[in-house]
Design a protein around this ligand. Structure first.
Ligand SMILES: [Zn+2]
Length: 207
């Protein structure tokens, strides 16, 4: 039994909790189908809104649905956001898996942007700086290809391929890699990996 001070706020700690029923309820609470992974740079907070406009078939930020008791029970948004340094997909993979489990994901959009701080240094420069300034070796802590951006076509190809290769990313999901020009507000599609037409395994398919 969960006796933590905050256990009343843990849904799985409630009496009568049934995981499949809870998951089914969650899947209807928010119609999320798309995840946008973009840079946490405070100058580009408009990216999710701009992506929704660019795609044309998304609702973002949508509206929070509140019940008669004042509880926030859902939202009308179709788009979830993951803001990470440089918008690199490596930091978003776990979130994709969690949102797939709760809502089902049909599309993942990775956005890398012009004027990004991650274009101002190299992986070796960052590794050397940590060595000299902190006495630590981060050369094996991260994949150097995900630490900075030296080529937008390469970074977007790398990130869309990384997502496609991840076992926690549904194979049916379409994956887009977009370059965002912060001066013009324009997107350029640089990479696209279509979703595989895989359905649920049938008894026939398993035989
Ligand atoms: Zn950035």
């Amino acid at each position: 039994m969960n006796t933590s001070k905050f256990s009343e706020f843990v849904l799985s700690a409630h009496d009568g909790f049934d995981e499949p029923t809870m998951r089914e309820a969650f899947s209807h609470a928010v119609p999320i189908k798309t995840i946008v992974i973009y840079c946490l740079d405070p100058r580009v907070t408009e990216i999710p809104t701009a992506v929704a406009r660019y795609l044309g078939d998304e609702t973002y930020p949508g509206e929070v649905i509140i019940n008669e008791n004042g509880s926030r029970i859902g939202s009308t948004t179709t788009l979830a956001t993951v803001a990470v340094a440089a918008g690199r997909a490596v930091d978003g993979v776990r979130s994709v898996s969690v949102l797939q489990h709760l809502f089902g994901i049909e599309r993942i959009v990775v956005v890398h942007h012009s004027n990004c701080g991650a274009t101002s240094y190299s992986a070796d420069g960052m590794i050397d700086a940590f060595h000299h300034e902190h006495g630590t070796d981060i050369s094996h802590a991260f994949d150097p290809a995900s630490v900075c951006i030296t080529d937008f076509e390469a970074s977007l190809a790398y990130d869309t391929n990384l997502l496609r290769a991840s076992p926690g990313v549904p194979k049916r999901a379409e994956i887009l890699g977009l370059f965002y020009n912060t001066d013009t507000g324009e997107f350029t599609e640089v990479a696209r990996i279509d979703g595989a037409s895989v359905g649920r395994p049938t008894s026939e398919g398993l035989s």
